[in-house]
Write a protein that binds this ligand. Structure first.
Ligand code: SAM
Length: 290
């Protein structure tokens, strides 16, 4: 069957992965009915394929010896990532399960309908926040891979907490905007400016926001290392495509890095964040700085 008959432009076919369902891409509005890619959907597809390159080898490892891999995608949105992972990997594997977790009910309903229409029977969509999904009876006690692609603000932190609770073997995170840390930095700015020259790093509002994101991601990585994950930080796609393109990949090794735990506390202290942000990173009983 030619590309045209399958509903995709021949040039566009070059950009798709072998075995990719054209129908799925059209249903997701990544491909137009004429089989074309517009600028936005090309960017989305490029992002998802790039992530697929990282996630596929993890799934292959976890599928070895007949195991059925499980994956939970947090802040799933329209579930581009989940659907494409299912189409390119889970469908042929014939086992395993993908769970999409999303707060917007209409997106969850749409994904349920689409999965049913395509016969993607091992996909479930839960209309829950990431935090609520921790206790969801529909989810198994252990989940192999956690993904969170541009899940808003603290949803990435909730996804990490979820991953720890579910003893995830890998977490693939692309953090989004981050407001919580910036708010904490802003609140104590005057105090910190008097205490440390470091506070110059967040004196100006634009710097407060950017530094807040940067420090949050650094602390997330240290936290994961302290919990026994090996962490890699790389780019999702080129800067021309997205301002939020930091990709954090964490693989469980069981080796809890004590130095990472110590650095995490030291950094929180250095930034005057021990009390406000400590609980996020497992420091429930943080003492105020002397
Ligand atoms: C920027 S979109 C990204 C969607 C998708 N991951 C993607 O990359 O195409 C963020 C999504 O996360 C959802 N979301 C935000 N906070 C959430 C939370 N705490 N729990 C679950 N979903 C959340 C939003 O409703 C939205 O659909």
């Amino acid at each position: 069957m030619t590309a045209k008959e399958r509903g995709a432009d021949a040039a566009v076919m070059q950009e798709l992965r072998p075995g990719q369902s054209i129908e799925l891409l059209q249903e997701l509005h990544i491909l137009t009915r004429e089989g074309k890619l517009n600028q936005d959907s090309r960017r989305k597809l490029k992002q998802v394929y790039h992530l697929f390159n990282f996630i596929e080898p993890l799934l292959q490892d976890f599928s070895a010896e007949g195991r059925s891999p499980t994956l939970a995608d947090h802040g799933a949105g329209k579930s581009y990532l989940g659907f494409i992972l299912y189409d390119l990997y889970f469908k042929a594997l014939g086992r395993g399960h993908i769970y999409g977790i999303e707060t917007r009910a209409e997106l969850v309903e749409r994904s349920r309908l689409l999965a049913a229409r395509l016969g993607f029977g091992r996909m479930s969509f839960l209309n829950l926040s990431v935090a609520e999904s921790m206790d969801a009876a529909e989810l198994p006690a252990q989940i192999d891979v956690i993904t969170a692609l541009h899940a808003c603000d603290t949803a990435t932190d909730d996804a990490i907490a979820f991953g720890l609770q579910k003893q995830a073997r890998a977490m693939v995170l692309v953090p989004c905007c981050q407001a919580e840390m910036a708010a904490c930095l802003r609140r104590d700015k005057a105090l910190q400016l008097g205490r440390t020259p470091l506070a110059e790093l967040w004196r100006h509002p634009l710097h407060t926001r950017e530094l807040g994101s940067q420090v949050t991601n650094v602390l997330r990585c240290l936290y994961l290392e302290a919990k026994g994950y090996q962490v890699t930080v790389t780019e999702l796609v080129g800067w021309e495509h997205s301002m939020k393109n930091e990709l954090i990949i964490a693989r469980y090794t069981g080796q809890k890095k004590r130095s990472a735990a110590e650095r995490l506390v030291a950094l929180l202290r250095e930034f005057g964040l021990e009390q406000s942000m400590g609980p996020r990173f497992g420091l429930g009983t943080a003492q105020p700085e002397k």
